[in-house]
Design a protein around this ligand. Structure first.
Ligand code: HEC
Length: 170
């Protein structure tokens, strides 16, 4: 009896640790430094500001993005870049939701040395969050959870197309 109880306790602890830990759905793109950066609405703005910035003039999805991530770091996440896997450059530019399976694009929070990564599996968008060195920092809940990414990227269908929110601009 005691043994079984112990085993159940041990199992639930293991399960709890596993589920509370990082759970990116996409692999870390080892060669991300070789990917090209593209110019988008967000990269033209240049930074994700702090929580006291006035973002009233930005489209609602950008306001929501700032509200979600402004407190990640004091003063805001800071400089951003959008990096696209060379194999996806034409599909990113086409912005029609047809993206081949694999790791496709990155929102690089440069000052935080963090990569928000989007990939595709079975044609559907998958998400993850990593440090520049490949440590999985996605969380079970909150702003660094894949559910949060999905709520905005997949949910904002009037703005994002199959998980792609940005649009190449010159
Ligand atoms: C509240 C909305 C919102 C949430 C939450 C959000 N994003 Fe985004 N994401 C955006 C917007 C807006 C852009 C920028 C579009 C642009 O470049 O103009 C963006 C850009 C990106 C890009 C660049 C490629 C592209 O055009 O889509 C990636 C990759 C990305 N986000 C991944 C993630 C991941 C991973 C998460 C979760 C950890 C996440 N995002 C959470 C709104 C959001």
């Amino acid at each position: 009896m005691g043994k079984i109880k112990h085993a159940i306790l041990a199992l639930s602890v293991i399960f709890w640790v596993a589920s509370a830990n990082a759970a990116s759905e996409v692999q870390f793109p080892e060669n991300w430094q070789k990917w090209d950066s593209v110019s988008t609405t967000l990269t033209k703005i240049g930074t994700l500001p702090g929580c006291d910035a006035n973002v009233d003039t930005l489209p609602p999805i950008y306001q929501e993005t700032v509200a979600t991530y402004c407190s990640l770091r004091q003063g805001g996440p800071g400089k951003v870049a959008v990096l696209v896997n060379p194999a996806y450059e034409s599909s990113y530019a086409a912005r029609n939701g047809k993206l081949a399976d694999g790791v496709a694009m990155i929102l690089h929070l440069k000052d935080m040395k963090v990569l928000f990564v989007t990939g595709y599996k079975g044609g559907k968008a998958q998400y993850g969050a990593y440090t520049e060195n490949g440590k999985d920092i996605s969380a079970a809940s909150g702003s660094l959870s894949v559910e949060m990414c999905r709520t905005c990227h997949t949910g904002y269908t009037s703005f994002c197309i199959n998980g792609q929110c940005g649009k190449v601009s010159d």
